[in-house]
Design a protein. Structure first.
Length: 131
């Protein structure tokens, strides 16, 4: 992964005092830097094929799959989470398939939809309807 990505993960890790806090800080950071927009899923379909290095250098629109992949990297590289603590979920919204994550915190699975943060979707919820 790019060094600047590793540095940002370490910066957030140093601020966090628990797995829940790390998840919240990573969600806030990624959800503020990147967002989804369903129309761009068609117009900018080539973004689906960007590498992590290319995606990390961007701001603004990214497909939900890339935002979730970045979040997965943040969580696993932080040391607070394992791959088994993260699962992908999909919903059908407005004729599009939308991906979000569920992250195991303690013994509870929490929905995480960082790409929808900008539109008001809080940690613990995911896009479910026309939006």
């Amino acid at each position: 992964i790019p060094e600047s990505l590793r540095e940002k993960i370490n910066e957030i890790k140093n601020q966090a005092r628990s797995p829940e806090q790390f998840l919240s800080l990573a969600y806030d950071y990624l959800g503020s830097r990147f967002h989804i927009w369903r129309l761009n899923t068609i117009i900018k379909y080539n973004y689906l094929f960007k590498t992590i290095k290319e995606a990390w250098l961007m701001n603004g629109y990214l497909p939900c799959t890339l935002i979730n992949y970045l979040l997965r990297i943040f969580l696993v590289k932080s040391g607070w989470f394992k791959e088994a603590d993260i699962r992908r979920r999909h919903v059908f919204v407005n004729f599009f398939i939308h991906q979000y994550l569920q992250v195991k915190v303690g013994d509870k699975w929490l929905s995480v939809d960082a790409g929808e943060k900008r539109r008001g979707t809080p940690l613990g919820k995911h896009l479910k309807y026309f939006g």
